[in-house]
Ligand binder design. Sequence first.
Ligand SMILES: [Zn+2]
Ligand SMILES: [Zn+2]
Length: 385
Amino acid sequence: MKTQSLHNQLVDWRHDLHMNPQISFEEEYASNKVANLMKDFGIEVHQGIAKTGVVGVLKKGNSNKSIGIRADMDALPINEINTFSYKSTIENRMHACGHDGHMTMLLGAAKYLAEQGNFDGTIYFIFQPDEENTFGAKTMIEEGLFTKFSIDEVYGMHNIPGMETGTFGTRKGGITTSENLFEISIEGKGGHAALPHMSKDTITIGSQIIIALQTIVSRKLNPVEAGVVSVTEFITDGKKNVLAGNGLIKGDARAFSEKTNTMIEQSMRQLVKGICDAHGVSYEVKYETTCPMTFNQPEQAKSATKAAISLLGTDKCNSDIEPRSFSEDFSIMSKSTPGCFVLMGNGISGSNGRPLHSADYDFNDELLVKGSSYWVELAEQQLTS
Ligand SMILES: [Zn+2]
Ligand SMILES: [Zn+2]
């Protein structure tokens, strides 16, 4: 693999990033590190796009063609329980989603491509803040990512625990779900627990709503489609001997298509209206799509798979992988510019196989050479000289 000689260097960078995790728009450490390293590689560096966002620009030859490759930089507010030497040095901050590895793979590709890359065109290395709260990609675009820079197509990658180390997967069409947060407020009437006939008990009404919401996916969604409706909070002002007058139900809905998302929202509004009208209480439903579905364009999905097959061989690549039920704000980039999001296995055992966002998860160092060589392969393939 092309970046094999960088192995030890990549492991050092990744461990250093792992020890210094920061969250949403506070990723100063990572931002400065990637900017300084890219300057050392001789890459033109633009900082301060979406506060900590960084774009590296590397041009060779005369072609107008270009490609953008994106890595996310943020960590999570989690206390790491791993005990290895490079564990997080900051309390309640941890790279539990592997973004330390994503940055390192892109840095490895940047170093190789700057020093030895064989291509004709421009490569944009995009280091993005705040993926976890889904504001990073959006803010970089608002601050000119696709207007200041002429980026023909954009690619992103996520490691996947539970998938064999270094195997590759993508698919055309939807690959990660949309995330939709909802809030249902109910205004009943509180009162004495012993005098229910004189109040409008929000807990009873809210409970009926919560049960009714379970019928959206099970009874209204076509079984061949996928969606999730999860109620995660039910907060009321009831006390031990006081019936609740006000209630707030919060939750999270996921969908793999716009059609499903619209159906979930409309059904929710209809059910809440029906139940609240039947009980004579007022209500409000807020339903907000915080992250759209990631949609892979067929042409980019084909190119992404072709590069993976050249690098890893057919048996390690799946061009029609099952879509994933997490959301990913790369979706906002690939909505603006044709793109493809790809997945690479982080391994099955130990901390590499623990689910993302677990306090004992770790990015797999074995993936650093494979992932960075993949970006080199893809960039050289798309910008053939
Ligand atoms: Zn995450
Ligand atoms: Zn992530």
